[in-house]
Design a protein. Structure first.
Length: 139
């Protein structure tokens, strides 16, 4: 199963604070993930002050510049993992060094796979999805 593992933002991450000892610990952990064949991708994100949100209301789109007030709703970084189960993902997160000083939180969510859509994904849509997936894969 593929899952996204999201590191929740903190006031520290939103302030752009980076600590070399935390970065070194995370790099070591990332090496373990790669060696185990778990990590498919992973990146840190700039603070929300450098981002925007687009709000949809019918056909109207409204762009809001960051920063965004509620850090509990923000993400500071992510991994994309390939694991056998949610239990395996949890085991990896338990091994993860604390992302920030004080309290921090990591959320794990499975990605939808083609089979999860059942009959809603018609043969035509399955063909289209397969074609798009093939076009986005590195050669």
């Amino acid at each position: 199963m593929r899952c996204i593992v999201m590191i929740k933002a903190t006031q520290e991450s939103e302030a752009g604070v980076m600590r070399s000892e935390k970065l070194a610990d995370m790099m070591k952990f990332n090496e373990e993930l790669v060696k185990a064949g778990v990590m498919l991708a992973g990146e840190g994100l700039h603070p929300s002050s450098k981002g925007v949100r687009v709000k949809f209301s019918g056909t109207t789109r409204h762009v809001m510049d960051g920063p965004f007030a509620e850090t509990k709703e923000l993400i500071a970084g992510f991994w994309l993992w390939q694991v056998r189960s949610m239990d395996e993902a949890i085991a990896w997160v338990r091994r993860c060094p604390a992302p920030f000083e004080g309290e921090s939180e990591i959320e794990i969510r499975p990605l939808f796979e083609t089979e999860d859509f059942g009959e809603e994904l018609t043969p035509h849509l399955r063909e289209q999805e397969a074609r798009l997936r093939a076009q986005t894969q590195p050669s």
